[in-house]
Design a protein around this ligand. Structure first.
Ligand code: MG
Length: 380
């Protein structure tokens, strides 16, 4: 079933001490957790509906997610959801998920359960039974105990047949508060199914919720490290490619591609971090299409594999080992080029160089060696 998602990012966060959807959780904005999880669960497009004045924060929080677009929110949550529905009207999906930005831990299992429940309903919502005893009270004094029977705590994402939700919103009486989108379908006489919710879908409401969320965030991601090594032989030439930068030199490195040992070592480090073999597996030297190829393609491919697994590159560090050419004058250009290829901030990229004091093959000027490490964060 083709589905899109709307992330309602409109809360002012007065109870959490400021807007919580842009706060960092496990090093990543809260709203980004939701967006990445919904995309991983198969969402075709996401519209992030943001309140006036928060556009820049939203774009920064969701930068680089190509399937995400932005819409301006309205005065109420319902107005914001309507803006999101309108943004999806062209090439409308079969189903739409409406999600609160402040619930970062969406799982693919919940999304799958919601979509399959739509087979027999106009809407489906995740819900948990009420575990605590409920009291009705006035001014600190209990009036009565409320039966929990038949009561459910409803979460998001909520899933709907797109047409049904558009119509239910259109039919909603002006001026009346809509607490959730399922309510609109109920009012319109449609059927909303309950699927088992997940305690991890908790809404970050109070400042203390973040401590629990940080613990969950730490469980949700693992850090991996990969290392790579490469060496190429010197031969006749006029320039050499190192870490994506062409440096004038009285020799060149010999190889099937452009022989950029720095980028080759780095590509192997990224592949190593995700257990995806080595550069030769992905770009066999026997394949004529890689003859003379620019090695930035190899590195971009490895970075794409990390992203395809829902991962994120944390940092990379390359050491070039040679007596000549002098690397230092080109080091900043190399860092900038690697940062550009990997879409990383400059401070996450390190390029260093060393000699071997005349010892071994780099010392004798037979060849240049490079080694690299890469840190990668992956879904657990
Ligand atoms: Mg190589």
């Amino acid at each position: 079933m083709v589905f899109d998602a709307i992330i309602a990012a409109g809360g002012s966060g007065s109870r959490a001490g400021g807007p919580k959807q842009w706060r960092l959780l496990g090093g990543k904005p809260v709203a980004r957790w939701s967006a990445e999880a919904l995309l991983e669960a198969g969402a075709r497009r996401i519209v992030a509906v943001t309140p006036a004045g928060a556009e820049a924060e939203a774009r920064e929080a969701l930068a680089g997610l190509s399937q995400v677009s932005f819409a301006a929110g309205g005065a109420t949550r319902a107005d914001s959801v309507r803006a999101g529905l309108k943004a999806l009207a062209e090439d409308a999906p079969e189903a739409v998920l409406v999600h609160d930005a402040a619930r970062p831990f969406v799982t693919s299992a919940i999304v799958d359960a919601l979509l399959s429940a739509l087979g027999g309903a106009d809407g489906a919502v995740p819900a948990l039974p009420v575990a605590d005893t409920l009291k009705r009270a006035d001014g600190g004094r209990i009036e009565s105990t409320v039966s929990r029977e038949g009561l459910w705590r409803v979460q998001t994402p909520q899933a709907f047949r797109y047409r049904a939700l558009v119509e239910a919103h259109a039919a909603w009486p002006a001026g009346e508060e809509m607490t959730d989108d399922a309510g609109a379908i109920e009012r319109a006489g449609g059927k909303v199914a309950l699927v088992p919710g997940d305690p991890r879908l908790m809404k970050l409401t109070y400042p203390e919720d973040f401590a629990m969320a940080e613990a969950l965030a730490a469980q949700a991601r693992v850090t991996r490290i990969g290392q790579g090594f490469d060496a190429h032989r010197w031969g006749p030439g006029e320039s050499v490619w190192l870490c994506g930068v062409e440096i004038p030199h009285d020799q060149t490195l010999i190889g099937h591609s452009d022989a950029d040992a720095g980028l080759h070592a780095l590509t192997d480090a990224l592949l190593g971090a995700i257990g995806a073999g080595d550069i030769g597996d992905h770009f066999p030297p026997t394949d004529p299409q890689w003859k003379g190829a620019s090695s930035d393609r190899f590195l971009a491919h490895a970075a794409g594999m990390v992203r395809a697994r829902g991962g994120r590159i944390l940092n990379v560090d390359v050491t070039l080992i040679c007596e000549r050419p002098k690397v230092k004058p080109h080091r900043e250009a190399m860092r900038a080029r690697v940062a550009e290829i990997l879409d990383l901030p400059l401070d996450a990229v390190s390029v260093k160089a060393t000699t071997t004091e005349g010892m071994g093959f780099p010392g004798r000027g037979e060849g240049l060696a490079a080694q690299a490490v890469a840190g990668v964060e992956l879904p657990a």
